[in-house]
Design a protein around this ligand. Structure first.
Ligand code: NIG
Ligand code: FE
Length: 408
């Protein structure tokens, strides 16, 4: 755990954002937060601060706007190389699917990742994580999926764990061995899925490296049946599942994932009404990834109005990855979720706090400012929560209390 100063004491002169204390909680103009032993001990109107806390050390919030710590619930943060060449090729007319079928895409990042040592992968990931942390991220999901063999998938997941320890940030790992077919399995998709399900996943889970299991279910990824086989392996190990679903086409992945009680279905540009109904019944979170939508110049918007109508919780994430979303700004994703997907600002904010927590199974410890939970909150030098989505591409440099420490 890094040696940042403890945040214990009474934080005063805060303006609490609406919903910071949970669904439908109101904004509080003159708020205080008490942190004790790294946890939230009290939160409310300063005028009502219990006398037992009155003598504790003070931290002056200088009128900052306060939100829960942000959560980036979908990233591929650990990888080697970059794919700017593919970006240029797509600008010249090639499609993401064409590049993937021609041996580029995910597989080209697999080559670069396999060629990198664990320490190299860690060094590459550090500045990426730091950029997210500077924007108030307190919890992050990190997927594997650029190794596609046991050693290299393990290296990615170990790096994810190391990042969590080195930066005092909550990291949830997702094993994404079924991200693409590695070249050595060309024409043998079923053999690879057998290997993922029977060998790789059990081994990595036994090493404590897997918090959830993800699959890329797509024409250029894996079929519905292959996805289900991986989900069954996850179920045998008691691991929750999530899915890259209906990004480029409606494969019916969301309904399958919902049947397995998925934490989330992510992308979902082509999600059907049946998929929405299944997610609603299962309580599965819809993770919106406007960075990938923008970067691929997609025009098929996820069915936001229908998701809203059905009451499916919507989260927003960066999907940081070298192919479809090289962004390291969750605030930029808030902007895009509002401008491209027409979320309201409060919806977008819930999407990077409470609903993002649920997409990671962290709803009891993250995503709101609640007594007894670890102290994760952000002090923004802003007047209005709309500014979180408004300063297009700017970074408002907040003060951050992360896991009970003053991290920046
Ligand atoms: O979330 N769509 C699949 N996976 C990633 C992209 C991975 C890549 O192109 O390297 C995504 O968009
Ligand atoms: Fe992704």
């Amino acid at each position: 755990m890094p040696a940042w100063p403890s945040a214990d004491g009474v934080w005063t002169d805060l303006r609490l954002a609406p919903e910071a204390l949970g669904p439908d909680s109101a904004a509080i103009a003159q708020a205080a937060i008490v942190v004790n032993a790294g946890q939230i001990a009290w939160v409310g109107q300063h005028a009502e601060l219990p006398t037992e806390h009155a003598q504790k050390p003070r931290h002056d919030g200088h009128g900052a706007l306060v939100t829960p710590g942000l959560i980036d619930c979908h990233t591929h943060l650990v990888y080697g190389g970059q794919r700017a060449n593919e970006f240029a090729m797509r600008l010249a007319g090639a499609s993401y699917e064409e590049l993937a079928r021609a041996g580029g895409g995910i597989v080209s990042s697999v080559r670069a990742t396999r060629a990198s040592s664990e320490d190299e992968l860690f060094a590459l990931a550090v500045p990426r994580l730091q950029a997210l942390l500077q924007e108030g991220v307190c919890a992050i999901e990190i997927k594997s999926g650029y190794g596609l063999n046991l050693a290299s998938e393990r290296a990615q997941l170990r790096v994810a764990r190391r990042l969590g320890e080195a930066f005092g940030v909550t990291v949830r790992t997702s094993f994404l061995g079924a991200h693409a077919l590695p070249p050595e399995y060309a024409g043998r998709s079923q053999d690879y899925i057998d290997h993922v399900s029977h060998d790789m996943l059990p081994a990595l889970a036994a090493e404590g490296l897997v918090d959830a299991v993800d699959v890329y279910c797509e024409r250029i990824g894996f079929s519905l049946a292959e996805t289900e086989q991986v989900f069954q392996a996850a179920q045998r190990l008691g691991l929750p599942v999530k899915l890259h679903a209906e990004q480029l086409s409606d494969m019916g992945g969301a309904a399958l994932a919902a049947r397995y009680g998925a934490l989330s279905c992510d992308h979902i540009e082509h999600l059907s009404d049946a998929g929405i109904a299944a997610m609603r019944t299962a309580g599965t979170v819809a993770v919106l990834l406007p960075g990938a939508y923008y970067f691929l110049r997609d025009t098929h918007c996820p069915p936001i109005a229908a998701l809203r109508e059905a009451g499916v919780p919507m989260a927003v994430a960066t999907d940081h990855n070298p192919g479809t979303s090289p962004t390291l700004s969750l605030l930029l994703m808030l902007n895009m979720a509002c401008t491209l997907f027409r979320l309201t600002v409060p919806e977008a904010l819930a999407g990077v706090t409470r609903h993002a927590a649920r997409a990671l199974g962290l709803q009891d410890s993250h995503g709101q400012i609640a007594v007894g939970q670890p102290a994760n909150f952000v002090l923004w030098p802003l007047q209005d929560i709309a500014e979180l989505a408004y300063w297009l591409g700017q970074r408002p440099a907040p003060r951050v209390v992360r896991q009970g420490r003053i991290a920046n």
